[in-house]
Ligand binder design. Structure first.
Ligand SMILES: Nc1ncnc2c1ncn2[C@@H]1O[C@H](COP(=O)(O)OP(=O)(O)OP(=O)(O)O)[C@@H](O)[C@H]1O
Ligand SMILES: [Mg+2]
Length: 386
């Protein structure tokens, strides 16, 4: 499965949205080369730095020669890699562009390859593009002087919304505007994050998820017991019967409380919910899993006891669609991240890289032995099997 990020990686300058200034600057840079030898694209993650390097290569019919830290440190290797580059053009008459991607990651280790990069800038015959998130550290002083600095900005949410809409249209998947808007806002200018969220929503929108239906039946039943009955010996165990995390149940309660409770009950129920949410926050921030007990009590007995008398009659409960979708997409993102962190540590690569190469990594770590090595949790393994 290709990710949306891969599929919609830009092919021409027009595909790089909201970065007109950077596009103009890089075009100008390539014209004046070699009077400036290197351009340093810097800015927040997912704003098009790497894309722009590849687009430039496409547009100028050049090939990209990517150098990483170990290439830079290994003199022999560097000579070898650069050898063809010392001739005026490559074999097929293509130009060549040297890319040093994520230089701040590269030089994180003590032996950074930074001096080598600086000397490469002096003698290169081909334009060098360097990308970085943060270039204001002192160790980059010289690099900043020797290269043309070009900032890329976090994208405006409206621009991201346009990108998402265009893709949803191309994929012929209907996603309501409200969801697209909230993804755009939540992404805080990071197009990659937005595309990953969009992908999660696409996956939810596919009607094939039968398991989901059973889960919903279960949760409807449990809501009925919480809302209709008074607290009894079963109340505290009700959620054990639903295959759904408490955080998600909280969203179901939040959505349905007003259909069942009124007046004072309503106020009480939401009060309890807000307390549960406080615990939820502590659980996530401080990893105090013991608080799950309280979260469960509040969400079950707490919500149930907001009323004084049992309720009768039928209530049509609703699925908390909008927030649930966003929540689920976040959950996926988080699982992916926690797996990527383990993988990255094991393979000594950056978490960012692991996240980006996740589609491939996902294949690699399907084997149970490897999952064991990485010490994956059950839910992470389940995530991988989807
Ligand atoms: N300005 C943009 N216009 C359109 N799509 C974009 C833009 N920026 C990023 N994207 C999309 O997001 C994906 C990731 O972008 P890219 O790899 O260029 O980010 P980056 O700035 O290099 O991030 P990082 O700092 O994490 O390396 C791309 O595949 C592309 O689909
Ligand atoms: Mg990049």
């Amino acid at each position: 499965m290709t990710t949306l990020c891969e599929k919609y990686r830009g092919k021409c300058f027009l595909d790089v949205k909201g970065q007109d200034l950077a596009v103009d600057r890089i075009k100008a840079f390539i014209k004046i080369f070699p009077s400036k030898k290197a351009i340093l694209l810097h800015g927040p993650t997912g704003t098009g730095k790497t894309s722009l390097a590849y687009v430039l290569a496409q547009e100028t019919n050049s090939e990209i020669l990517e150098l990483n830290a170990s290439d830079l440190r290994n003199r022999e290797q560097l000579e070898k890699v650069l050898k063809p580059a010392t001739q005026e053009s490559t074999l097929f008459g293509k130009g060549r562009i040297i890319l040093v991607d994520e230089v701040d990651g590269i030089s994180a280790a003590d032996k950074g390859g930074l001096p080598e990069l600086l000397s490469l800038i002096e003698k290169t015959k081909f334009p060098i593009i360097i990308t970085a998130n943060d270039i204001w550290q002192q160790k980059f002083n010289l690099l900043r002087q020797k290269s043309e600095l070009v900032p890329l900005k976090a994208l405006n949410y409206k621009t991201i919304l346009l990108i998402l809409k265009e893709i949803a249209e191309k994929e012929k998947i209907q996603v309501n505007e409200e969801i697209l808007t909230s993804i755009s806002i939540k992404s805080r200018g990071d197009v990659r994050a937005a595309l990953n969220d969009l992908q999660a929503v696409f996956q939810i929108n596919k009607p094939e998820e039968i398991g989901e239906r059973d889960k919903e039946d279960d949760v409807f039943n449990v809501l009925k017991q919480i809302f209709k009955n008074l607290v009894n010996h079963e109340t505290l165990r009700l959620y054990d019967t639903v295959n759904m995390p408490l955080d998600e149940i909280l969203l179901w309660l939040e959505e349905n409380i007003p259909y069942e409770y009124h007046g004072e009950e309503l106020a009480k129920a939401y009060e309890v919910l807000s307390k549960a949410d406080v615990f939820r926050g502590r659980i996530h921030r401080q990893q105090h899993w013991r608080f799950l007990v309280y979260q469960n009590i509040l969400l079950s007995a707490g919500v149930s006891s907001a009323k004084e008398k049992p309720k009768i009659g039928f209530t049509l409960y609703k699925k908390p669609s909008r927030i649930l979708k966003i929540w689920m997409s976040n959950q996926r993102q988080q699982k992916k991240k926690s797996i990527a962190v383990k993988y990255a540590e094991y393979c000594h690569i950056s978490v960012k890289r692991a996240m980006r190469e996740f589609p491939v990594i996902k294949y690699i770590i399907q084997k149970p032995e490897i999952q064991k090595q990485l010490k994956l949790e059950e839910d992470e393994i389940e995530f991988l099997s989807k």
